[in-house]
Structures are given as C-alpha cells and as structure tokens.
Design a protein around this ligand. Structure first.
Ligand SMILES: Cc1cc2nc3c(=O)[nH]c(=O)nc-3n(C[C@H](O)[C@H](O)[C@H](O)COP(=O)(O)OP(=O)(O)OC[C@H]3O[C@@H](n4cnc5c(N)ncnc54)[C@H](O)[C@@H]3O)c2cc1C
Length: 278
C-alpha cells in the first residue's frame, strides 16, 4: 500500500507520536496505513540466543515479558516510558522509526548492538541500529519500507545493564538519560557499552567511556574517567528541560549510577530501578 499510495501515505502503529503531530498539523498525511490489524506482528520471543521483537510489540508488553526480564536494561526502558496509557499503545517499531532524539529505545538498544529488520516490496534487509538512525527524525528506511522486527543478542553470562533517565514528571520525555551494559569477569570489566539520550540529535554511543571501563577494575577512578568521557561526548541544547551545562552534568551523574547498578546486576543481584524525578 505504501508503494501504491506514494509519499502522501504514513504508517500508523501506536499513534503516540503521529497522532499528536497530526493534531498540531505538523503532519498531514493523505492516507494512513494502519498496521494494528496485521496479526503476528507483536511477538516477543527468544530464538537461539537472540531476543526478537515484532515491530508492533507495545512498550507495556515488553515491560511485562518474562523473556525481557532476563535483560534488565530492556525492562528499565519499557517500564519508564511516559505513563501507562502511552505504554499500552506505543510500539518499539514506531519509536525507532520516529527517531525522536528524546526517545528512550534507541539509547538502550545502542548498548545491545540491536539490529532492525526493514521490509519492503523489494525484500528484507537487516540494518545495525546505529546505521538505521541517521539523524533527528531521520532513519535509513525508504518511503515504501517498514520496520518489521528488532533483534538483540542475549548478553553473555556475567553481564548486567541499567537505564536511567532524569525526568520532570512521568508523562514527559527525559531531560537526559544514560544506558550502560557491562560484562564482568570477577572485579574486572570485560566489556562495556555506554550510550546517552536527549543530549544530541540522536542517541550517542560513548566510545571513550567504554574504553575507560574495558579491561579495568571498576574503581572510583575508572568510573570518574567514564563520567568525564560521557560529559565530553554529550552535545546538549539549552531548552525548557534545562540548560546545556545542566544536562552535561546530569549525564555524568546518570552514567555513574547506571554503572553501579549494572555491576550489581552482573553479579546476579536483583536491583529495581526507576527513573529519577526532578
Ligand atoms: C504524552 C507522551 C509522552 C511520551 N513520552 C515518551 C518518553 O518518555 N519516552 C519515549 O521513548 N517515548 C515517549 N512517547 C512516545 C511513545 O513512546 C511512542 O509510542 C513512540 O515514539 C512512537 O511509537 P508509536 O507506535 O506510537 O508510533 P506512531 O505514532 O504510530 O508512529 C510514529 C512514526 O513512525 C512511523 N511508524 C510506526 N510504525 C512503523 C513501522 N513499523 N515501520 C516504519 N514506520 C513506522 C509512523 O508512520 C510515524 O511516522 C510519548 C508519547 C506521548 C503521547
């Protein structure tokens, strides 16, 4: 239908980004192609060490999924998006396709090296999420393609992660956020992935913070180096959520807290987290 209807057609998933934009007349599509009635598009299942999400998997379904509970950083993300009404409708595929710089999913999925399956009349292709998100509100999708699936590899034993956002209240997007996914070997960090949200035009993967942690015992000094790298990598704008300086300070503190929780989870501790409210 997208190919037939051309540029004037838009897909409708949960409608939690598109409908507000249409109400504001920022989007005015001539045709809406509703994905909600296509069966078998909201699955969540593990297959051979890979966790697969159908594009229509709702945030609330991900929050409640037993398969997802094994990767706590995914649960942190799903459970923290806006309020229950938004989580009941909004979908993982819609969030990634929207590529809102303040959206939560891309930040978290960057740390898990997620892959996005893009489907169109010419066939299917798999794109690494970091290549899929091109810019603010811009993805690698062609007009006649849709996101059909999002896949992440289940992290190896000894892994733990955490996602923390700083918010003014539950139903608003975060002021800043940080996602950390670690693999520990005893007291030494074997592997690390660190990403920041809401402090740039896209989520930002912080290679220098990862390098500061990798191969090191996670002492205060090591963590301080990762915090400094995160502050340096952030590229925030001053807006109604806070000044650029404020956001830069926030991401340092969020990275520190996320590392501390990730280490505890890597050791097998059950740690409940919730976002931090102003
Ligand atoms: C009050 C409020 C607060 C919110 N707070 C947050 C928050 O804190 N964090 C957060 O991450 N999000 C937040 N959201 C957004 C929410 O997570 C949305 O669900 C999400 O951004 C878009 O998903 P959707 O399924 O609703 O997509 P839709 O709104 O239906 O679609 C969004 C865009 O993606 C396209 N699209 C949808 N599905 C596909 C697909 N499968 N393939 C290709 N293109 C597709 C549509 O054509 C449209 O352009 C909030 C929304 C509201 C209304």
């Amino acid at each position: 239908m997208l190919a037939q209807l051309g540029d004037d057609a838009k897909l409708l998933a949960g409608g939690q980004s598109l409908i507000p934009l249409m109400k504001l007349r920022f989007a005015n599509p001539a045709h809406l192609v509703d994905l909600n009635f296509i069966s078998g598009t909201s699955y969540i299942h593990e297959d051979n060490g890979t966790l697969r999400f159908g594009a229509l998997a709702r945030h609330a379904e991900i929050e409640a999924s037993a398969a997802v509970a094994k990767i706590p950083i995914l649960h942190d993300c799903a459970a923290g998006i806006a309020d229950v009404q938004v989580r009941n409708r909004g979908t993982i595929g819609g969030s990634l396709a929207e590529a809102d710089p303040s959206g939560d999913w891309a930040t978290v999925l960057f740390t898990l090296s997620a892959e996005v399956c893009c489907l169109g009349i010419r066939g299917e292709r798999t794109v690494n999420l970091m290549d899929f998100i091109k810019d603010a509100y811009t993805t690698a999708l062609a007009h006649d393609e849709l996101v059909s699936e999002v896949a992440v590899k289940v992290p190896p034993k000894g892994s733990g992660g955490a996602y923390l956002a700083f918010k003014r209240s539950a139903p608003v997007y975060p002021t800043a956020s940080a996602a950390v996914q670690l693999t520990m070997g005893g007291d030494v960090c074997k592997n690390a992935a660190v990403a920041l949200g809401c402090v740039g035009l896209t989520a930002i993967r912080v290679a220098d913070a990862e390098a500061a942690l990798r191969g090191q015992p996670l002492t205060e000094k090591t963590i301080a180096r990762a915090m400094e790298a995160a502050r340096a990598a952030a590229d925030p704008q001053s807006d109604m959520r806070g000044s650029a300086d404020y956001k830069r300070t926030l991401v340092g503190a969020l990275v520190k807290r996320a590392i501390e929780i990730a280490v505890r989870r890597a050791r097998g501790e059950q740690v409940e987290v919730s976002h931090i409210y102003a």
